[in-house]
Design a protein around this ligand. Structure first.
Ligand code: PLP
Length: 406
C-alpha cells in the first residue's frame, strides 16, 4: 500500500505553495516530480566522483563507470530483460523511436508497411513518417473506437505479409487506454514477421512490466516520467534484433576499430551509445528505479488503478465536462477533458489559481484531437504522490472555473 502523505515527504517540490495554495500537481504525464534520493544521487556524482565513463583508468572514472553500468542491470531487472546488454540508453522515448525508425526502416523494401494507431504520441508518428518518406514505406493507422479503445478487427485486417513494424502506445497519454499487449503480440506474430514495438513512456512508470512475459520485441522508456531526470531514457530490444541493427549515431565509444576509410562497431549496447553518454542522468535514473522497486511496482499499479477509479467517478459527476477516457475496466489514471465553448488554456489558467497544475494543448497527439474536432484539451494525470484529495481539489476547481467561464 502506498501512503501518499508519507511518500510526499520524499519530494521536496511539495513544500512549495502556488498562488497561496498547496501544490496539486496533476501533470505527471508530462513529467514526474523527483524524490530526494534522485536529486541527492546526482549531486553526489558531481560532488564526489565526477569523471567521464569508460575512459579513465583512475579511481573517479572507474567509480562513475561502475555506477553507470550498474544502472543497466537495475533496468534489466526492472523490466525483466534477458540481458543488461539489451538496455540502450537514449535521451528519452522520442530519441528511442528516432533511433528505431532510422535503423529498422533502412533495411526495409519500398512498399513495406508500418502499423501505428490513431492515438499515438507524435514521438511514435513523426520518426516513422520521416523514415517512410525516405524509404518509400506505407503507414497504416489502427482505428480507435468511440470508447477510446483499439479496434482489434481493424488491426487484424491491416496485418499482412508486407507489415514489418507494429508500434503502439502501451498506455495512452490521452485516454489512459491500456491495449492488450499480449493479444497484439500474438496477432502480429501469427500473421507477420514484423517487429512489435511498445511505447512505454506512460506504461513503465505505472505498471509492472515483464518484457519476456509480454513477448514483445522493443520497448521505449522515458526516464523523466518515472521519477528520473530529464535527458535519459531507454530502448530495450531483444539481443538478436539489436545485434542485427546498424547504429544511427557515430563517434565515441560505439566503435571497435577506426581506420581512415572505415570502422567496425562495438558489441551491444555500446554500439548504439555514441559520444559521452548522459551518465549522471543515467545514475539518477538508477536511483529512481530503486525508489520504484522499493515501493514495489505491484503497489504502484494498484495505486494507479484505485486512484483512476476514484477520479473517474469524481470527474464524471461534473456537469458540462467532456472526458476523453476509456470505458475499459483497466486504464491509466489519465483524463483529457474539455468544456464546450471554453478553451482548454483558459481552464488550465483558472485551475492554476487554485494551485492545480494540469497541462493544456494537444499533448503531442494532434491527429487524434483533430479526429475528435478538438484543437486542445486540458489533462490531469495521477501518479504515486497523488491521492483522492488531489482529485477533490481538481474537481472543485473545475466546477468553479466552469461557473466563471461559461
Ligand atoms: N510517448 C508517449 C505516450 C508520451 O506521453 C511521451 C511524452 O509525453 C513520449 C512518448 C515522449 O517521451 P520523451 O519525453 O521521453 O521523449
Amino acid at each position: 500500500m502506498i501512503k501518499v502523505s508519507d511518500l510526499k515527504k520524499d519530494f521536496p517540490i511539495f513544500d512549495r505553495e502556488i498562488n497561496g495554495k498547496r501544490l496539486t500537481y496533476l501533470d505527471s504525464g508530462a513529467t514526474s516530480q523527483k524524490p530526494n534520493s534522485v536529486i541527492n544521487e546526482m549531486t553526489n556524482v558531481y560532488t564526489n566522483m565526477n569523471a567521464n565513463v569508460h575512459r579513465g583508468t583512475y579511481v573517479l572514472s572507474s567509480e562513475t563507470t561502475a555506477k553507470y553500468e550498474e544502472v543497466r542491470n537495475k533496468l534489466k531487472n526492472f523490466i525483466n530483460a534477458y540481458s543488461s546488454d539489451e538496455i540502450i540508453f537514449a535521451k528519452g522515448c522520442t530519441e528511442g523511436f528516432n533511433f528505431l525508425a532510422n535503423s529498422i526502416c533502412k533495411d526495409l523494401n519500398a512498399g513495406d508497411e508500418i502499423i501505428l494507431s490513431e492515438i499515438e504520441h507524435h514521438a511514435n508518428i513523426i520518426p516513422w513518417q520521416m523514415a517512410a518518406a525516405k524509404y518509400n514505406l506505407k503507414i497504416n493507422y489502427i482505428n480507435v473506437s468511440e470508447s477510446f479503445e483499439l479496434d482489434f478487427d481493424h488491426l487484424e485486417s491491416l496485418l499482412n505479409k508486407n507489415t514489418k513494424v507494429v508500434s503502439i502506445v502501451g498506455e495512452s497519454n490521452i485516454s489512459g487506454m491500456l491495449p492488450d499487449i499480449k493479444k497484439i503480440n500474438s496477432l502480429v506474430k501469427d500473421k507477420t514477421d514484423a517487429v512489435y514495438i511498445v511505447d512505454g513512456a506512460q506504461l513503465v512508470p505505472h505498471r509492472k512490466i515483464d518484457v519476456q512475459d509480454l513477448g514483445i520485441d522493443f520497448l521505449c522508456v522515458s526516464g523523466h516520467k518515472m521519477l528520473g531526470p530529464t535527458g535519459i531514457g531507454v530502448v530495450w530490444g531483444r539481443k538478436e534484433l539489436l545485434e542485427n541493427l546498424d547504429p544511427v549515431y557515430g563517434g565515441g565509444d560505439m566503435i571497435e576499430e577506426v581506420f581512415y576509410d572505415t570502422a567496425t562497431w562495438a558489441p551491444i549496447p555500446h554500439k548504439f551509445e555514441a559520444g559521452t553518454p548522459p551518465y549522471v542522468e543515467a545514475i539518477g535514473l538508477g536511483a529512481a528505479v530503486d525508489y520504484l522497486f522499493n515501493l514495489d511496482m505491484n503497489n504502484v499499479q494498484k495505486h494507479s488503478d484505485d486512484l483512476r477509479e476514484y477520479a473517474k467517478n469524481k470527474l464524471g459527476n461534473i456537469d458540462g465536462l467532456n472526458i476523453i477516457h476509456t470505458n475499459s475496466k483497466l486504464a491509466g489514471c489519465t483524463f483529457a477533458m474539455s468544456v464546450d465553448g471554453v478553451h482548454a488554456t483558459d481552464i488550465s489558467l483558472m485551475l492554476d489559481t487554485f494551485g492545480v497544475a494540469v497541462r493544456a494543448g494537444h499533448h503531442c497527439v494532434q491527429p487524434f484531437h483533430r479526429k475528435l474536432n478538438l484543437d486542445a484539451t486540458f489533462r490531469a494525470t495521477g501518479y504515486i504522490y497523488n491521492d483522492e484529495e488531489d482529485f477533490d481539489i481538481l474537481s472543485n476547481a473545475i466546477e468553479e472555473s466552469i461557473k466563471l467561464l461559461t
